[in-house]
Design a protein around this ligand. Structure first.
Ligand code: ZN
Length: 443
C-alpha cells in the first residue's frame, strides 16, 4: 500500500521541475503519435494501455447501439491497412506512412477504378499543398483518402487498386477515468478527448498534460476529489454525462484541456455560467502570470465544454488551451506534428494548470477573529517577522488585506484581485493568520 499523501499542492508546485515535466509530456506524445485512434476501436484502447503505465485508469466499454440522450453509441471502427496502388503495383497513397491518409471511419473497400472515379474520394488542402488534411466520417458510411495537394497533382491517369482493410461493426465505445479521492466528495473534473489519430496539439497535448497532472496530484493531499476523463470527443462526453447524470452535482469545478503544446498564448474559454469558481480561478492565475494571456467568453462551439455546458447540465467547466481550434493553419492537418508542439510550451501549460489547482484547493472565505481595529501583529511576532521569513513570501500588505477583507463574504480570490497581490501571497498570509488564531475558516 502507498502512504496517504500529505503534502499540499501549494507546497509541491515550487518543487516541480518544469523542464523535465515538459520533456516527459513530449515523450508521451511521441509514443502515442503513430497510433491510429478514432472515437471507437483498438487505437483508443492501445492509447489507454499506454496511459495506464503512468496513472491508474478504470476503463469502460459501452456497447454500440446504446442510446445516449439524443445520440446512439456508434459501431466500432478498426483498421489494419489501406492504400491506393497504381498499375505498377506501387502504393501511391499508403496508410502505413500516415494514418491521416484514410478518412477516419471509412468503410471497407476493395476495388479498382480510374483516376476520375477515384477523385470524388480524395481530399486535399490546395492552400497548403504539402500537408495532408484530417477528415472523419463518423456518422455517414462512406470512404475516402486524404493526401497532399502536390501528391494529387502528380497522380497520372491510370487504373488504381483501392483497398481499405477496415471493419465497422457492433462493438463498443471505450473511455477511461482516473479518479483521485480527496477529503471531500466534491469533484474537479478534468476532461480531454483522445480520439484523434496522428495529431499532436489536437489533442495528444491535452492527453499528456492531463496524464501528468493526475500523476502529480496523486502524490499530494487533496481537498477535492479529481476525476480525469479520457474520452472520444462529443460522443464520449455525451455518453459519460448520460451514464453519470445522477452524480454531476458533485462537480464543483471543471476544465477541458486541449491544444496546450503549441507556441500560442495560454487561452481560457469561460464556462457558460461566466462567473463560476473555475472562471475566477483561471482569470486570477492569468492576471498574475503576466505573459499576455487571453480570456474569452463561452460560445457553443469547440470541444466537450459544449456538452458539459449544455443547458440541461450547465456545469462549471471551462476550456484551457493555447491556440484556439480552427485558428491555426496546422489544425486538423499533418502539420500538427511533433515539431508543432514543444516541451517548453507543454511545461508552461502544465505550470498554469498547477497554479489553477492551487487556487481551487486553497480558495476559501475566512472570518477575522479580531475585527474591531487591527490586531496587534507585533506582540504576536507577525510584524517584524514578516520580511524575515524567507521560506514563505509573506508580506505586510498581504496580512493586512486578508485581515481587512475576511468578513465571511470575501474569499481569498477576491482579496488577491482587490489587493493586486498574487494568490499564493494571500494564501500564505491566511495560513499564518489561522496559525495565530486571528482567522477562522468559514465552514
Ligand atoms: Zn480536433
Amino acid at each position: 500500500m502507498t502512504q496517504p499523501p500529505s503534502i499540499p499542492v501549494s507546497a509541491l508546485r515550487p518543487t516541480v521541475d518544469l523542464n523535465s515535466a515538459g520533456a516527459a509530456m513530449y515523450a508521451l506524445i511521441a509514443q502515442l503519435y503513430p497510433v491510429c485512434r478514432s472515437i471507437t476501436g483498438n487505437g483508443f484502447r492501445t492509447t489507454l494501455d499506454t496511459l495506464r503505465q503512468h496513472i491508474p485508469l478504470t476503463v469502460y466499454e459501452v456497447p454500440s447501439g446504446t442510446p445516449v440522450f439524443d445520440w446512439t453509441v456508434p459501431k466500432e471502427w478498426n483498421i489494419t491497412d489501406a492504400y491506393v496502388k497504381n498499375s505498377k503495383g506501387e502504393r501511391v497513397i499508403d496508410f502505413q506512412r500516415s494514418n491521416l491518409h484514410v478518412v477516419n471511419y471509412s468503410v471497407p473497400v476493395r476495388t479498382t477504378m480510374t483516376l476520375d472515379e477515384l477523385k470524388p474520394h480524395l481530399f486535399t488542402l490546395p492552400e497548403y499543398p504539402d500537408w495532408i488534411p484530417y477528415r472523419t466520417s463518423y456518422y455517414r458510411e462512406t470512404w475516402g483518402f486524404c493526401l497532399s495537394h502536390n501528391q494529387l497533382l502528380n497522380l497520372p491517369e491510370d487504373t488504381y487498386e483501392v483497398c481499405i482493410d477496415s471493419s465497422l461493426a457492433d462493438g463498443s465505445l471505450t473511455y477511461a477515468e482516473c479518479y483521485l479521492p480527496g477529503d471531500s466528495d466534491e469533484e474537479v473534473l478534468i476532461s480531454c478527448h483522445a480520439c484523434h489519430p496522428s495529431l499532436c496539439n489536437d489533442n495528444l497535448s491535452g492527453v499528456a498534460l492531463a496524464t501528468f497532472l493526475a500523476k502529480t496530484l496523486q502524490s499530494v493531499s487533496r481537498r477535492y476529489s479529481y476525476r480525469f476523463l479520457f474520452i472520444p470527443g462529443t460522443i464520449g462526453s455525451i455518453t459519460w454525462l448520460c451514464r453519470n447524470e445522477a452524480q454531476v452535482d458533485r462537480i464543483k469545478h471543471g476544465l477541458v484541456i486541449t491544444c496546450v503544446g503549441d507556441a500560442g498564448q495560454p487561452t481560457y474559454k469561460r464556462s457558460r455560467r461566466g462567473n463560476a469558481g473555475i472562471d475566477r480561478a483561471v482569470e486570477n492565475v492569468f492576471r498574475f502570470s503576466g505573459n499576455g494571456d487571453r480570456i474569452m467568453d463561452f460560445f457553443p462551439y469547440g470541444y466537450d465544454e459544449r456538452q458539459y455546458c449544455s443547458p440541461g447540465f450547465n456545469l462549471p467547466v471551462g476550456c484551457f488551451m493555447r491556440s484556439q481550434h480552427g485558428t491555426f493553419p496546422e489544425y486538423h492537418t499533418s502539420a500538427d506534428n511533433l515539431e508543432f508542439v514543444q516541451p517548453a510550451y507543454l511545461a508552461d501549460s502544465f505550470d498554469k494548470c498547477l497554479a489553477i489547482v492551487d487556487v481551487l484547493e486553497n480558495n476559501r472565505r475566512y472570518v477575522n477573529q479580531n475585527p474591531k481595529g487591527e490586531p496587534q501583529l507585533g506582540k504576536r511576532g507577525l510584524y517584524g517577522a514578516i520580511g524575515g521569513r524567507s521560506d514563505q513570501e509573506i508580506n505586510q500588505m498581504a496580512l493586512l488585506w486578508v485581515l481587512n477583507l475576511s468578513d465571511g463574504d470575501h474569499d481569498l480570490l477576491d482579496i488577491s484581485n482587490r489587493s493586486g497581490l498574487r494568490f499564493e501571497l494571500i494564501r500564505n498570509a491566511a495560513r499564518l493568520l489561522v496559525e495565530h488564531d486571528l482567522l477562522r475558516p468559514v465552514p
